[in-house]
Design a protein around this ligand. Structure first.
Ligand code: URP
Ligand code: ZN
Ligand code: ZN
Ligand code: ZN
Length: 510
């Protein structure tokens, strides 16, 4: 047998496949352990024209086909980062990594798709969408979009429908923090949740009590605490727990699924745990910084060293990260993001005299796959299959693009990584591919190294070399009504029936 699924006549006659011989889009990954979220097995993976054509042991191809030897290594779906902010205008500046540098960095770290947040322009969703499609023209890997809802009126509500039905957006993020800029109140949150439900779009929340944060910040400034530690002190876990609980209760009232982004504290995680135990559909997304780091770094006497760790919600006291890792291992939390939103030292210096002016955000797109492998799989906390689930598959399912993404199956996109469990990684701003001059994981080492990244069937990372081409990334439209919406209407029908019964009884008494 030669190439799988060769339909050419010359193959039947001479054992020669003309497409394979002539194209560079054909690759065989041989001898590795293929890991999917549902199963792992020793198998080869054959790719043609950006798509996985065959996954089974002992695939044989002609001599001229590119072969990648994966013996002793894991062959896994490329990572999908559900939470990034490339070239985001925020806090008076613009995030340094754009759709070229951020994505190139991601590919070097084994992530082959990300979902970024479109920020509306003066509340206008279409203008925001157009602007982000434009920013993304230099993409080097596939990407999708969530959209932030930063104000509420009839026009926004109408435009949400356009975004879902025409533009491939199936999730909207509401900010319960950032008072005076992105924050919206409970009345609008409720209306936003209702609109999301009617469209089959997933409601997402940045859960911190923005009013209390503003109060906490004032408290710190009044005490003369102006450094980066003031950031952590002004917005403690209780404010994240409160907002998480509030969003969950409102989502329950509306009966719509909820996705809590960047779960940073035990307080927020416990709210999610409680809701899920009661049967509510709540998804919790911890981010790498919250799983790996602790807040002590915010007390570093060197301003820049401390300021690079400022993000919201803040990185918490040691203990929270381990608890979040445990929650991820046991299914209380479901997938890992990064909240990659990078600002260089000059930008972070905007807050040298006032922590409230430090642009919020940390790196992670390049580091996520390595750090999670080392912290969770290498340490024995989760299996390889669970690793694939929390870094790729679950994200693809939640955002309704599975099994095109998030799986190594026949017909899936050829977004694949080869990870060598016996090699090690080392993180440094000197060698990373992001555009920033610092790295919150500076000097960290660990086991497991992504040696090859294949994006859309092209080998884009191997032997420590990136081969990306601007404009090769595609916009992936995400359809509404993911599995999280299955059965929602049945629960609604039951609820309505329960309301009508007593009404009939009371009319009978007249
Ligand atoms: O600090 C953060 N998280 N920056 C990005 C914006 C957001 O809230 O996700
Ligand atoms: Zn052929
Ligand atoms: Zn946020
Ligand atoms: Zn974010």
């Amino acid at each position: 047998l030669l190439a799988p699924f060769c339909s050419s006549e010359s193959y039947a006659m001479q054992g020669f496949c003309p497409e394979i011989a002539s194209s560079s889009g054909k690759i065989l990954i041989k001898g590795g352990t293929v890991v999917n979220a549902h199963h792992k097995e020793l198998a080869d993976v054959y790719i043609e024209d950006g798509v996985i054509v065959s996954v089974r042991p002992n695939i044989r191809v002609s001599d001229d086909i590119r072969i990648i030897d994966a013996t002793g290594k894991y062959v896994m779906p490329g990572g999908i980062d559900p939470h990034t902010h490339l070239e985001m205008e925020f806090m008076g500046t613009v995030a340094i990594d754009d759709f070229f540098t951020g994505q190139a960095a991601a590919l070097a770290g084994g992530t082959t798709m990300h979902i970024d947040f479109v920020i509306p322009i003066n509340g206008n969703l279409s203008a925001g969408f157009t602007s982000y499609m434009d920013k993304a023209k230099k993409s080097v890997m596939d990407y999708g979009f969530h959209m932030a809802i930063t104000k509420w009126d009839e026009a926004v509500s109408r435009e949400m429908e356009v975004m879902v039905k025409e533009n491939g957006i199936n999730s909207f993020k509401f900010f319960m923090a950032y008072k005076g800029s992105f924050m919206i109140n409970d009345e609008f949150l409720l209306q936003g949740f209702q609109k999301c439900k009617s469209l089959g779009a997933l409601a997402m929340v940045h859960a911190e009590n923005g009013d209390a944060v503003a109060e906490g910040q004032k408290r710190m400034i009044d005490l003369g605490i102006t450094g980066p530690e003031g950031h952590a002190l002004s917005r403690p876990p209780v404010l994240e727990g409160e907002a998480t609980g509030r969003a969950i209760h409102l989502a329950s009232f509306v009966n719509t699924p909820l996705y809590v982004v960047h779960v940073m504290s035990i307080d927020a995680m416990e709210e999610i745990n409680k809701a899920r135990k009661s049967g509510q559909r709540v998804v919790g997304e911890p981010v790498v910084s919250g799983l790996i780091l602790d807040e002590s770094v915010l007390w570093d006497p060197d301003f820049i060293t401390a300021a690079k760790f400022v993000m919201s919600p803040p990185i918490r006291k040691s203990g929270h990260g381990k608890a979040l890792q445990g929650a991820l291992a046991t299914g209380v939390l479901q997938l890992v993001g990064t909240d990659h939103c990078t600002f260089n030292s000059t930008q972070k210096s905007m807050g040298i005299n006032d922590f409230r002016k430090i642009p919020n955000g940390v790196n992670g797109m390049e580091e996520r796959m390595h750090l999670i492998w080392d912290a969770m799989v290498e340490s024995g906390k989760i299996s390889e299959t669970d690793y694939v689930r929390i870094t790729s598959t679950e994200c693809a399912k939640i955002f309704n693009i599975y099994p095109r993404k998030g799986a190594i199956l026949e017909g899936s996109d050829a977004d694949i990584i080869v990870l060598n469990p016996n090699a090690s990684f080392r993180i440094s701003a000197v060698s990373h591919h992001s555009g920033i001059d610092t790295n919150v994981y500076e000097g960290r080492t660990g086991k497991g190294k992504v040696e090859v990244t294949i994006s859309g069937g092209r080998v884009v990372w191997e032997e420590g070399i990136l081969k990306v081409s601007s404009g090769s990334g595609r916009y992936i439209k995400m359809p509404p009504f993911s599995y999280l919406f299955d059965g929602i209407e049945k629960a609604d029908a039951r609820y309505l029936a329960s309301l009508h019964a007593p009404v009939r009884r009371s009319t009978a008494t007249y």
